[in-house]
Design a protein around this ligand. Structure first.
Ligand code: TPP
Length: 571
């Protein structure tokens, strides 16, 4: 028992764990090593779930998507310099996508780093992290751990969410403090992301613009999905009667089968709409910056935008009615305004034209999805996966690749919010296994990861992690022997393969078997459907090598036009 002469002590290790637990952090996504190994052991001992990855980028991606799914920052922990840098890509990607996450990296001795005397894993990590995230902090004294963790959490989730870096020098962990003083130093963040109400004038301006519209359109972005204001968004869409177009990760916020969905009439609504309400969607490259051919006649659009970040307004085109606030408060204010102000539904001419185009496009696609051809093409294979998700609407879908991404986005209907997780704003390859792990850990639901063979390679080693934690993840690798296609050849006729292709007819399923998971090789959509259904029902880690025709697919999927071309090309 403790006496006055022998005060109960705490230390930096313990305070980091206490601070995270006090703030409701339950899972850590990590790669161990000096100086954080004992921290991770102790965290597990204290009941945190510690998911240990094979590469920090995957741990970081897991933390990022945990943040998107839960509205709490996902926490990734790494070692110094190289481990930190490996995690940094995920931190930057999280910030770009507005996912709240905290990267906590151990770092080397400040005195040696700052004099550049060549410490073990020496690097000025704080300076490097700063331009790539929302905020970056370093803690030098154990009594500041509580306030630093609180600050990191608030910075990650308030306003526009994003990545935060927390630098913890090795010396901090073993600093000793009186336990009572340590406890007093902890801070539980109160109301981490307070509501931000839109200005009444801005609401009135937006309603005015919407009322005058002949062909209005609502675009839902992943910000709207993140907000977890699902009922408020549904109410706005349904009260207004306006067709809606979901961006990739907003699919399912309202079901893709909703009568007002314009998902299958995308080109038409972007070209023809006259007033566009953006809800947590940015006018970046994914929406052709709000101008150009995609958007029809120059000057034909009026844009209204809901975003929590004022600087998002007028980023690409003029916003006539900027609504700065959180999604829930803004859409509710619009719904209330409509109910009060005698809202009339948009002209039937417009809504029936959108519905007709949608039905026509769906009907045109239908026979392709029924194809049972072998070798499989993308449509036949994705038709099978579409059925799997239809039958399990609460499963999470992770998706990356080029053709595998673009075609799956269009073909696989989503039925519930925040079930589709993909490459996001950067179109980054490598999110697959990190996202799949966190999706399973955070939701407890089965996860289907639909992966191009190239895309899968960026994080493929994490199949071992999936097996080790026995996660209900089914990975389908669309194996067409290469990047986009599997048919490129070396123009010189030399023995090196083209940079665009891989070992032909590889058996990715055997990677899974190496770690005790289930591996299946399939060559027809029927086999694919059966294998995936079984995996989703059993919850066993499974990898299905889906053999796709190497001729199927097009350069860069839907975005081939972004490739520069050479005027002097030989071969
Ligand atoms: N590196 C990163 C980090 N991100 C990227 N988007 C790329 C490289 C370029 N890139 C875009 S898609 C892609 C690559 C390498 C892979 C496409 O091939 P695959 O995953 O096999 O998909 P497919 O078109 O065959 O469906």
């Amino acid at each position: 028992a403790a006496t006055d002469a022998d005060p109960v002590l705490t230390d930096g290790f313990q305070l980091v764990i206490d601070a995270l637990k006090l703030n409701g952090i339950e899972n850590l996504y990590v790669v161990p090593g000096i100086p954080i190994s004992d921290l991770l052991r102790m965290a597990q001992g204290e009941g945190l779930r510690v998911i240990s990855f094979r590469h920090e980028q995957n741990a970081g991606n897991a933390a990022a998507i945990a943040g998107f799914l839960t509205k709490k920052p996902g926490v990734c922990m790494t070692v110094s310099a190289p481990g930190f840098l490996n995690g940094l890509t995920a931190l930057a990607n999280a910030t770009t996508n507005c996912f709240p996450m905290i990267l906590i990296s151990g770092s080397s001795e400040r005195e040696i780093v700052d004099l550049q005397q060549g410490d073990y894993e020496e690097m000025d990590q704080l300076a490097i992290a700063k331009p790539l995230c929302k905020a970056a902090f370093r803690v030098l004294h154990a009594q500041d751990i509580g306030i630093a963790v609180a600050r990191a959490i608030r910075a990650a989730v308030s306003g526009r969410p994003g990545g935060v870096y927390l630098d913890l020098p090795a010396k901090l962990f073993s600093q000793v403090l009186d336990a009572a003083e340590g406890a007093r130093s902890l801070v539980k963040v109160v109301d981490p992301a307070p509501a931000q109400l839109p200005a009444p004038d801005a609401v009135a301006r937006a309603l005015e613009a919407l009322k005058g519209a002949k062909r209005p359109l609502i675009i839902l972005g992943k910000g709207a999905a993140y907000a977890q204001a699902d009922e408020a968004v549904r109410e706005l869409v349904e009260t207004s009667g306006i067709p809606f177009l979901p961006m990739s990760m907003a699919k399912g916020l309202l079901p893709d089968t909703h009568p007002q969905s314009a998902g299958a009439a995308r080109s038409m609504v972007l070209k023809d709409a006259d007033v566009v309400l953006l809800v947590g969607a940015r006018l970046n490259w994914l929406l052709s910056h709000g101008k150009g051919k995609t958007w029809g006649e120059p000057g034909s659009k009026t844009f209204i935008q809901i975003d929590i970040e004022p600087r998002e307004m007028d980023s690409n085109v003029a916003i006539v009615a900027p609504l700065v606030g959180d999604i829930g408060s803004c859409v509710s204010a619009l719904s209330t305004g409509m109910a009060r102000g005698g809202w009339t539904a948009p002209p039937a001419e417009w809504t029936t034209a959108v519905a007709a185009r949608r039905e026509a496009n769906v009907a045109k696609m239908a026979p392709k999805l029924m194809s049972n051809a072998s070798p499989m093409n993308f449509h036949g294979a994705l038709g099978a996966l579409r059925r799997v998700i239809q039958e399990r609407p609460d499963a999470l879908l992770v998706n990356e690749g080029a053709n595998t991404l673009d075609l799956a986005r269009g073909i696989i209907d989503m039925h519930q919010p925040r079930k589709r997780l993909d490459v996001g704003t950067w179109g980054v390859m490598g999110i697959g296994m990190g996202f799949a792990v966190a999706a399973a850990v955070e939701s407890g639901k089965p996860v289907l990861a639909v992966e191009g063979d190239s895309a899968f390679g960026f994080s493929g080693m994490e199949v071992e992690t999936i097996c080790r934690y026995k996660l209900p993840v089914c990975i389908v690798v669309f194996n067409n022997n290469g990047i986009y296609k599997g048919t490129d050849v070396n123009p010189t006729g030399g023995s090196d393969p083209s940079p665009m292709v891989f070992v032909p007819d590889s058996r990715y399923d055997r990677m899974m078997e190496a770690f005790g998971g289930v591996g299946v090789n399939v060559t027809t959509p029927d086999e694919l459907y059966r294998a995936v259904s079984e995996a989703m029902d059993s919850g066993k880690p499974t990898l299905i090598n889906a053999v796709i025709d190497p001729n199927a697919g097009s350069e860069s999927g839907n975005i081939g036009s972004l490739n520069p071309t050479s005027t002097v090309r030989k071969g």
